[in-house]
Design a protein. Structure first.
Length: 236
């Protein structure tokens, strides 16, 4: 949907079709944000018809979330274990239909599940020059870490900045002993630690058996995909 409320699906798909008809070397993740009424099966069939066989295109499923705003409480969303179950089932269906899910493999790589907001040199610049760390908590004061001046200099509140990049997992005994630590280092979502003080475990860790089954299925269908360069951090 466009910023004015207009429809954008056909425009996006037509642009992807145009790209498919080129010999350009690229990699595109086609993201689908689902809610309880999303017809994922038919969407996968549609993508299979359009893009399977072209390994430049990959699919990526994540649940719609309640990220703030006046209509937030009215949104129908999938949460917790239900959302993770639907996401992984969609991943497996997509792979079996000839659509690779490379991001799962990327999340398991060393540092692959660290959120962009936890990385020191990752900043979001708002239209008015406000600097943020997170693209989700835009209304939260602790996420407004400074301004970019007209001359390009950064005026940063380092106390707020430190909230995002200081790794509290170093003091977390559970994180220290976790098998998934090389991938996330306890920084899968610093927003969770800031807002609730709880440990932000990645979805991939919580369902590691299912994730490995999907990756094995993908390896059989697309050998060599795991060796491709990483393109994402944690795109939650």
């Amino acid at each position: 949907m466009t910023v004015t409320g207009g429809k954008s699906f056909n425009t996006i798909i037509n642009n992807l079709r145009e790209l498919k008809n080129t010999d350009i070397n690229f990699k595109i993740n086609i993201r689908n944000n689902f809610h309880p009424k999303t017809d994922i099966d038919n969407f996968i069939k549609f993508l299979q018809k359009e893009f399977s066989g072209d390994l430049r295109f990959n699919v990526y499923f994540r649940p719609v979330g309640q990220w703030g705003g006046e209509n937030d409480e009215n949104l129908e969303v999938c949460k917790g274990k239900e959302a993770n179950k639907i996401m992984l089932e969609a991943d497996m269906k997509a792979v079996k239909q000839g659509l690779p899910i490379v991001t799962l493999n990327e999340f398991l790589q060393p540092l692959g599940s660290i959120c962009y907001a936890a990385k020191p040199h990752s900043l979001v610049i708002g239209a008015d020059g406000t600097l943020y760390k997170c693209t989700v908590a835009l209304e939260s004061d602790f996420n407004k870490i400074g301004k970019i001046n007209k001359n390009g200099d950064l005026d940063i509140d380092y106390d707020k900045y430190a909230l995002w990049i200081l790794n509290e997992a170093e003091e977390d005994d559970v994180c220290q002993k976790c098998f998934f630590r090389p991938s996330c280092h306890g920084s899968a979502c610093p927003l969770v630690r800031i807002e609730s003080g709880t440990r932000p475990c990645p979805k991939e860790k919580e369902s590691i058996k299912e994730v490995l089954k999907i990756l094995w299925e993908q390896h059989k269908k697309f050998p060599g995909k795991a060796a491709e360069p990483m393109t994402v951090g944690n795109m939650d």
